[in-house]
Design a binder for this molecule. Structure first.
Ligand code: ZN
Length: 177
């Protein structure tokens, strides 16, 4: 089996979307992925056997259920990965002034430290009816933000997804893990 043509790839992407909808392919990243050569068993995306001459990806979805695994050709694995990313809900940066996060939600915010410096921090926005504006607390320490730190934009924390999510263009900024 050579590299799939563009048309094949498109058909496989459609099939990956269907199978994810049907629950036959996972929506989330695998708990563990093994690479190796095929064992002759069918691929969970294209249904063709993964031959012993071809690379095979085996995804373990749940570490407590080792028998539940998904096998994919290398190309099928990358197609599934692409489709899976399309499925992730949009998690764009939003303006902290125009569209503040829901009160009490733990979010990641980019804060201006004054001048051109900024930092990304996990914060919680609290909206008190009496307060003139929202107040923000540092979710890590539970304390208020230092004087002069001002949230510019924020987005939801996305757990495992955050690892693979595209970094903002200013990724050279200091970022707290
Ligand atoms: Zn395949």
């Amino acid at each position: 089996m050579g590299e799939p043509s563009d048309r094949d790839t498109e058909a496989l992407r459609t099939r990956a979307r269907e199978r994810m909808r049907q629950g036959r392919l996972p929506h989330s990243k695998a708990a563990r992925t093994w690479g190796g050569l095929g064992s002759g068993l069918p691929c969970d995306l294209c249904d063709a056997a993964i031959l012993s001459s071809e690379p095979e990806f085996e995804l373990q979805l749940d570490l407590s259920a080792p028998s539940q695994s998904v096998r994919l050709h290398r190309q099928c694995h990358s197609i599934w990965n692409e489709v899976r990313e399309e499925y992730s809900p949009a998690n764009d940066w939003r303006s902290a002034d125009e569209q503040p996060p829901p009160p009490g939600a733990l979010v990641e915010a980019r804060l201006s430290l004054g001048g051109t410096r900024s930092v990304i921090l996990n914060v919680i926005c609290l909206k008190e009816p009496s307060a003139p504006s929202s107040s923000w607390i540092n979710a890590t320490t539970g304390g208020p933000l230092p004087e002069g730190w001002r949230p510019i934009e924020w987005r939801y924390l996305s757990g495992a997804k955050a690892e693979s999510a595209a970094q903002p263009s200013d990724s050279s900024l200091p970022k707290r893990a």
